[in-house]
Design a protein around this ligand. Structure first.
Ligand code: FRU
Length: 454
């Protein structure tokens, strides 16, 4: 049964079916393009295609339908994740993705019984796509790799093209393969990036971002142990600061791995250039964890993407994620939070600044966001609203001075200290109105209703 009151107004979500990783994020010919892993015949199938949405403001998304389907021998069990690179001076969109092939039979599907093919398609208009061209097959990867090699990220620097691939090696460790090319078609393995101490058994969705001259490698390691105050999800997504350029880096320090987001619903983010100097990150607002639902009550669609987040570098080298500034244009008349405020819909931008100590913000009497010293505790009082989410504590690098919470119907994104720590969660509110109450001692606290245009 559909619940219109749970459908996000500004986040990308499918009408029907399942969505996971954002793919091919780019700004091309004046529009933002967000592709994503999509399964129309969900539940029942895990066969992935690429869904497609476009926008001019990062918040109003037009559904463009399915862009790429698994219709060749090399991608017959899934058009898996990949990227878009804008080529030819802004004239062409080049899409690189992994064609997944899982063979039927008695295989372990790690060392055999699986193929990962890296495939290129091009587009002149962002809507129609060329024939698929297979660039790399299993025989093209280093012999130290298992059959898990995927999620190409391609970029151009100084006339050379570079590709990162996530991989699982035969020692049971995650790693990133770096390839080089002159023409985007013929690729040679340049080097491999590993961590000094193993950091998970597989790295998915590698990405690279440079901010103020410093490079960061983003990865999604599978297989890290959960700890009380971090790494709560089955698989994590985070970044590692690099000491040298990606072209020279072969070893990274896994101790430096910082999670992008500590919430119940976050994985597989992608970073792209907004075309105006900003680096934006968008993640999958979901996970494969089975202890919580993102489609309670027979909802015909499952999961969504996060808001686009602007990345910047803090003085201590951490990366900050702030909601894309475009969201401020949707703000209506603010109310002073005082002790409590009610809004007619679950669409709000809450900013509490100059925080002077411990305290709690509560949404709908059901979701509490508690700040104490250098700890964040998020907990649900109502299991129906939480759909399997319970309580989580997160250790912060420092006490919180500023808290921002954006509610878009069944999504809640919590940003502390300008996006130094972020926590994303889905929830499934029952009340028609949003009620916000705060016991946080602060210099100012405001709640803006967000107004959907058009
Ligand atoms: C990450 C991931 C990718 C893969 C895709 C398949 O969530 O497992 O590594 O390409 O999802 O849907």
């Amino acid at each position: 049964m559909d619940h219109p009151a749970w459908r996000p107004a500004f986040h990308i979500a499918p009408q029907h079916g399942w969505i996971n990783d954002p793919n091919g994020l780019c700004h091309y010919r004046g529009r933002y393009h967000a592709f994503y892993q999509y399964t129309h015949d969900w539940p029942g199938s895990e066969l992935r295609s690429w869904g497609h949405a476009t926008s001019t403001d990062l918040l109003t998304w037009i559904d463009e339908g399915e862009a790429l389907s698994p219709d060749t021998p090399e991608d017959r069990t899934g058009v898996w994740s990949g990227c878009a690179m804008i080529a030819d001076g802004g004239r062409r969109m080049d899409i690189y993705y992994t064609g997944n092939v899982v063979l039927e039979g008695d295989y372990d599907h790690v060392h055999d019984g699986r193929e990962a093919n890296q495939i290129l398609v091009t587009s002149e208009d962002g809507r129609s796509f060329s024939k698929k061209r297979v660039l790399m097959r299993p025989s093209d990867y280093p012999s130290t790799c298992t059959r898990h090699v995927r999620d190409p990220k391609v970029w151009e620097e100084g006339g050379e093209l570079w590709m990162l691939l996530g991989a699982r090696n035969r020692d049971g460790c995650g790693e990133a393969l770096v390839y080089r090319s002159d023409d985007g078609v013929a690729w040679t393995h340049h080097h491999t990036i590993r961590s000094r101490e193993p950091l998970g058994y597989m790295w998915e969705c590698p990405n690279i971002v440079a901010l103020e001259g410093k490079s960061y490698l983003a990865i999604c390691p599978q297989g890290l142990e959960s700890e009380t105050l971090r790494r709560h999800n089955r698989w994590q997504a985070g970044y590692l600061p690099l000491d040298a350029s990606i072209y020279e880096t072969t070893l990274v320090d896994g101790e430096g791995f910082i999670e992008w987001d500590f919430g119940w619903d976050f994985y597989a983010p992608q970073i792209f250039s907004a075309g105006d100097g900003r680096s934006l990150l968008l993640g999958w607002m979901g996970t494969f964890d089975e202890d919580r639902s993102s489609a309670p009550d027979g909802l015909p669609w499952c999961h969504c993407l996060t808001l686009p987040r602007e990345l910047s570098r803090a003085a201590d080298g951490r990366l900050l994620q702030a909601p894309a500034r475009e969201i401020e244009a949707l703000r209506g008349t603010p109310a002073d939070l005082g002790k409590s405020v009610q809004l007619p819909d679950h669409l709000a931008d809450i900013v509490i600044d100059g925080i002077g100590g411990a305290g709690m913000l509560i949404l709908d009497g059901a979701l509490s966001i508690e700040l104490s010293d250098a700890l964040l505790t998020v907990s649900f009082a109502d299991p129906e609203i939480a759909a399997g989410r319970t309580r989580r504590k997160v250790e912060l690098p420092r006490p919180t001075r500023m808290l921002r919470v954006i509610v878009d119907r069944s999504t809640v994104e919590i940003y502390l200290n300008g996006g130094e720590t972020v926590f994303s969660t889905r929830w499934f509110p029952k009340a028609a109105q949003l009620s916000v109450s705060s016991g946080i001692v602060c210099a100012s606290s405001q709640v803006w209703p967000l107004i959907r245009r058009g």
